[in-house]
Design a protein around this ligand. Sequence first.
Ligand code: 5AD
Ligand code: SF4
Length: 444
Amino acid sequence: MTLLEKEKKVVTITYGCQMSERDAETLTEITRQEGYTSSDDLEDADLVIVNTCCVRESAENKILGKIGDLKKLKEKKPDLKIAISGCMVQQPGALERLQKRAPHVDIWAGTHNLHEFSDLLHRSETGKRVAEIWQEPHQTLESAPLAEKGKLQANVNIMYGCDNFCSYCIVPYVRGRERSRQPQDIIKEIKDLVAAGCKEVTLLGQNVNSYGKDFAPSYDFADLLQEVDQIPELLRIRFITSHPKDLSDKLIETIARGKKLCEHFHLPLQSGSNSILRCMNRHYTREYYLSRVAKIRELLPQATLTTDIIVGFPGESEQDFAETLKMISSVHYSQAFTFMYSKRSGTVAADMPGQIPLDLKKRRLQRLMSVQNEESYQLRQGMIGKCYEILVEGPSKTNPNRLTGRTRGNILVVFDGPPEVTGSLITLRIVEAGSWTLVGEMVP
Ligand code: 5AD
Ligand code: SF4
């Protein structure tokens, strides 16, 4: 770059799940290879990428608002390039609708062709509007760049897509069928990350428990975990998400035997009612779910469980909802991500009778959250006086004078300590607890 050339800046804004965050990292890395530096300052940006989510209408509305705001920025800065990527763009028929609504956008990219983003950037250089959405994923996933190196924690995709077709969910339509990455590619990626300073990896998949179903000879998620557990200098291994129907005894036993495999299961319940679970196409009953929880508690008494729950699915009666509340009190989740059902066009549930009015969904959500808040509070109170292994992540966002880290069960703790412990495992005794925060002190 000559002195006269201005450094190019990219701002990447991302919405949605960890998969989406991981895609945003790929996009940021591609733009870095194209000479862009990452920035948070929109006023200073030459390129803005909005990586989208469409799992609920509320996410879509937020994103449409953001794309609208960018129009004003582009009026002020006509050379600004705007790119929209991800799940919202990939929805069948969405591109045309979005293009009409946002003619100020320069580049549209779907979920299956993210690794071609540099090509789209070049093609838009002449000021041309570029849109490319592949209907099917091609087998070129390994050509996508890795996440930025040198971070303490990294997300690693082990598979893409989903075959489950839960009746409310848009994900299988925008991320395609399940494809597992080859174990040797995953192991190499993790070893490279560790060589660059990474201490904790989170293995990502819409349903990690069905990893390897497309392989012969057979090799499953438990086999992969055993191999990752052997990687020297890696301190912790996490994974999300576990579909309860595929959570095998072998997997729970593997985690119980593992050294670095963290005892935290994100096990989406969605509903506690058998009839709603059937309509959701979840392929388990509340009894089966509870039997999985019992197996976890038997082999891993210290394990934590978190979950996702939807209220107001079509046809959900007061009795169905009461069954969900009962499950919260039986399982004792450390955290629950709770959502109001959102109608997604093209999914089976969108046409089901018995759609629930918004005000009833809101009331149920409030009741659910207050039951879970009490659970979270009790669980954290029970931790007072006990000692936990913590991986120190660095200064707390809310109080930079303090450090923060997580237990193996993924519970956040803040404490006073020397900054040099960042990146290492230490022991903390819990001295104070609220619903969400824990305060610890270092044990010599
Ligand atoms: N409405 C509400 N919540 C949904 N989820 C997925 N689809 C919908 C929808 N249509 C929730 C599920 C899933 C989480 C990622 O998002 O709980 O586990
Ligand atoms: Fe959606 Fe169900 Fe697949 Fe999860 S398992 S991504 S909820 S279809």
